[in-house]
Design a protein around this ligand. Structure first.
Ligand code: LM2
Ligand code: CA
Length: 455
């Protein structure tokens, strides 16, 4: 077991994109639980079309739990093992549509002419397509026509709502604790309200609504039925880290016109925009190396929203969803950092950032903000923690005030405190007797200390 078990309530989840169920279960036990991740978002577990590109998972054929991720038995085993490790499972749930055209599902079902094992033609909207210009001004077409040709469910119908609710309730009975509602913008908020009324209990639901502020359908419409993805966060953070100045970030969040923090799911990048799909933008990804570390450190240290860490496989820059694409799996036995799997959630700056967020959750405010008006910043989380980021080619040397107790702390981005709190496997940071820190942060580096990693 890893030392330094997270002392506080978990605050961050991870998307283990395209991981198989046995691999997710093992990661919950070996890393995510011990390091204090709250939950895993898994790829859609239901039957999808055949083919080995990632996006086949977004073309549902039935709600049988048989997918590239594994079968029902493996899914149940994963949920149980993650639960024992203290990690919840969130399911990517396709409520807007079924597979396009005709074909076969991975569990052996066939479909065509809007006939699926659980739906028939009367359960769908008409066959119009959503055009690029519709997004800005045509609510009706965004919600009632077809997204990239995918058969659009008539989500106002009782039968469709009951069928979706039965799927969701089945997952809940297995122990699933949360749901990502895919393409929620394409489902009228009122239909989602009716669906939610048929769901048992009150699971965590977050709606995927791509809204950069110019949409006919606004993200705020979904706030009454759950959390909502804040895509502005991803693009504005990317823009600031790439082309701007970190000094701008002192009021990042509502001050930038984002939705209320308590409703927002935030991320540096996601499985779509990292490869130029849904919502794209100038986002930062694993391919940016240290820049990605620093952007994640900011997200995890800064008190806004519910962060989702992306865990990717290397697609070698192939953004072509239509044509031949990089196969996603190495048939299980996933090994982090081997082959194509990037495992960003294990990078020490990111896992350390999660540890920082967990241990500063009790001080939900930015204190003692400092910047050099350019790309060196530092801020605190009251007496719970303090951090600094240096995104410049010169060292950050400054004395900053903190609200932390004097003493020596482990920089949790670069090392861990030993179980007996006597040593740190990485850098040690001193808080002086007057509460100041004499910062000495190398170019393109960062530090984060918190009250539960004190020597
Ligand atoms: C989402 N959120 O709203 C997902 O995050 C995103 O990954 C999904 O698109 C999309 N909505 C539908 O669930 C992905 C991918 C698309 C792909 C679809 C369906 O970004 O490129 O579309 O999944 O597999 C593919 C082809 C497209 C074709 C479509 C239907 O790329 O050219 O359209 O299938 O055959 C004719
Ligand atoms: Ca729709």
């Amino acid at each position: 077991l890893l030392p330094n078990l997270a002392a506080a309530a978990p605050t961050t989840f991870v998307h283990l994109f395209e991981w198989s169920w046995p691999d997710v279960a093992q990661e919950c036990e070996q890393f995510l639980g011990p390091k204090g991740y709250a939950a895993v978002q898994v790829s859609p577990p239901n039957e999808h079309i055949t083919g080995n590109q990632w996006w086949t998972r977004y073309q549902p054929v039935s709600y049988q739990l048989q997918s590239r991720g594994g079968n029902r038995t493996q899914f149940v085993d994963m949920v149980n093992r993650c639960k024992s490790a203290g990690v919840d499972i969130y399911v990517d749930t396709l409520i807007n549509h079924m597979a396009a055209g005709s074909g076969n599902g991975v569990a052996g079902s066939t479909f065509g002419n809007k006939q699926y094992p659980i739906y028939s033609p009367q359960d769908f909207h008409e066959s119009c397509s959503i055009n690029p210009e519709d997004y800005g001004n045509n609510r009706y077409r965004v919600q009632n026509c077809e997204l990239v040709g995918l058969a659009d469910l008539n989500t106002s119908s009782n039968y469709v709502q009951n069928t979706l609710a039965a799927y969701i309730n089945d997952l809940q009975a297995i122990g699933v604790k949360g749901f990502r509602f895919d393409a929620a913008k394409h489902v009228a908020a009122g239909d989602i309200q009716s669906l939610m009324a048929k769901i048992n209990g009150s699971p965590l639901v977050f709606h995927e609504v791509i809204d950069q502020g110019t949409e006919a359908v606004d993200a705020s419409e979904y706030l009454s039925t759950g959390l909502v993805t804040e895509f502005k966060y991803s693009t504005q953070l990317g823009n600031t880290f790439r082309n701007g100045s970190l000094a701008w970030l002192s009021n990042f969040g509502e001050g930038w016109g984002f939705m209320p923090s308590s409703s927002a799911v935030v991320f540096v990048d996601n499985h779509d925009n990292q490869r130029g799909h849904g919502g794209a933008g100038n986002v930062i990804t694993f391919e940016d190396g240290r820049l990605y570390d620093l952007a994640n450190v900011f997200m995890l240290a800064y008190p806004y929203g519910y962060p989702k860490v992306m865990s990717s496989y290397d697609f070698h820059g192939d953004t072509d969803a239509g044509g031949p694409s990089v196969p996603v799996h190495n048939s299980g036995n996933l090994e982090c950092f081997a082959s194509n799997w990037k495992c960003e959630h294990r990078w020490s700056y990111i896992a350390g950032g999660v540890d920082f967020r967990n241990n500063t959750a009790d001080n939900w405010a930015v204190t003692n903000w400092w910047d050099n008006t350019n790309n060196q910043i530092s801020f605190g989380r009251g007496s719970s923690g303090h951090m600094a980021i240096n995104k410049e080619d010169a060292a950050l040397n400054a004395t900053v005030q903190t609200d932390m107790a004097p003493g020596q702390y482990c920089n949790v981005l670069k090392g861990e405190l030993s179980g007996d709190a006597k040593s740190c496997s990485g850098e040690v940071i001193t808080v002086n007797s007057n509460g100041t820190i004499d910062l000495n942060v190398a170019p393109w580096d960062a530090m984060a200390i918190h009250k539960n990693a004190k020597l």
